[in-house]
Design a protein around this ligand. Structure first.
Ligand code: PHE
Length: 342
């Protein structure tokens, strides 16, 4: 019996040592340690041996079995390494990496930051107000009472609210921030307030239901139209990086008195006349005026105590003029072909 075990061991080591691949090896595993292997037969027949023999053969059989198993395992590892396709695993460190594309700010955010920089450099503060506004701040406090025909100019999206309190709406301009700021602050001050506005109107290349405005408000003891003109000229000259002139034309807003529309000298042709300014040399920009005393009163100031100017206009308009964009709807289109040009 002992002899037989030693023979199996020798054979197994010889054959396993010659195995050329993993397939051959797994066949040998079955042959030497499998259920039907000669070795298994020996282990099964141990029970028929005398006690004396069991003491010798038992431990011998077990140790030979684990020796064969160990050698099989070792050979398997070697064959695995040999058969591994190292060429396929090669890493070419010279292949260019995958570029991670970074986005950038929306052109409207960029222009807003730029405007804020110009104004804060001139000592202006930046004020903010809610996009969902009350009827009071959007209209009444700005001297636009209910049923006043001027309300037609700012057609509104009303916002359903069951509070039973005030009616709310999507603000149609940034002018409500004037009153909100004045209620909490005492003149003199200079602020700008950029922000999103909404109007319930049909859209076309020049009109959008959602757009950005930016309000300026300067209040003190003796602020006059000359201050407005100077600040506006300073701002537009910095913005367009060239000397810009400003002119005012009479107009009407309930919250300013007197009111005007203001134009800037054409930033494209230096007033020689071009297609952008339709040959006039001037570009329409926005509305402005001296703050109506009614608005001061609504904000809690005594009538006649202060003077100030305010202006408001669309941020999109600035970009349209600077880049000659022909359709305002592009700004909110989400079209990357447009956005990526900035
Ligand atoms: N709020 C006005 C508008 O949206 C613009 C404006 C602002 C006019 C401040 C005068 C003064 O049309």
């Amino acid at each position: 019996m002992e002899e037989k075990i030693r023979k199996i061991k020798q054979e197994a080591f010889e054959e396993v040592g010659k195995a050329k691949n993993l397939d051959e090896l797994s066949q040998l595993k079955i042959k030497y340690l499998g259920r039907k292997s000669a070795f298994n037969e020996i282990l099964k027949s141990l029970k028929d041996l005398s006690n004396e023999e069991k003491k010798i053969i038992g431990p011998l059989a077990n140790s030979v079995k684990s020796e064969i198993a160990g050698f099989l395992e070792e050979t398997e590892r070697l064959l695995e390494i040999k058969s591994f396709d190292w060429a396929a695993e090669k890493i070419d460190v010279t292949i260019p990496g995958q570029k991670i594309r970074r986005g950038h700010l929306h052109p409207l955010s960029m222009v807003r930051n730029e405007i804020e920089d110009i104004f804060t450099a001139m000592g202006f503060e930046i004020a903010d107000g809610p996009e969902i506004e009350t009827e009071h701040y959007n209209f009444d406090a700005l001297n636009i009472p209910k049923d006043h025909p001027a309300r037609d100019k700012w057609d509104t999206f009303w916002v359903k609210n069951d509070s039973g309190k005030e009616r709310t709406l999507l603000r149609t301009h940034t002018s409500p921030v004037q009153v909100r700021f004045m209620e909490k602050n005492k003149p003199p001050f200079r602020i700008i307030s950029p922000g999103k506005c909404f109007r319930n109107e049909a859209t076309d290349a020049r009109h959008e239901h959602t757009f950005y405005q930016f309000e300026a408000l300067v209040v003190g003891d003796d602020i006059n139209v000359g201050h407005f003109k100077f600040i506006a000229q300073q701002f537009f000259s910095s913005f367009f990086k060239k000397e810009i002139d400003v002119r005012v034309r009479p107009s009407y807003f309930p919250f300013t008195e007197p009111s005007f529309e203001f134009d800037i000298s054409c930033s494209v042709c230096q007033q020689k006349g071009c297609s952008v300014c339709s040959g006039t040399g001037w570009l329409e920009v926005g509305g402005a005026g001296m703050v109506n005393q009614e608005v001061f009163v609504a904000s809690g100031y005594p009538r006649g105590r202060y003077q100030g100017f305010a202006w408001g206009f669309g941020l999109e308009r600035l970009l349209i003029l600077r880049h000659r964009i022909d359709d305002i709807r592009l700004f909110h289109s989400g079209d990357l072909r447009f956005i990526n040009q900035f």
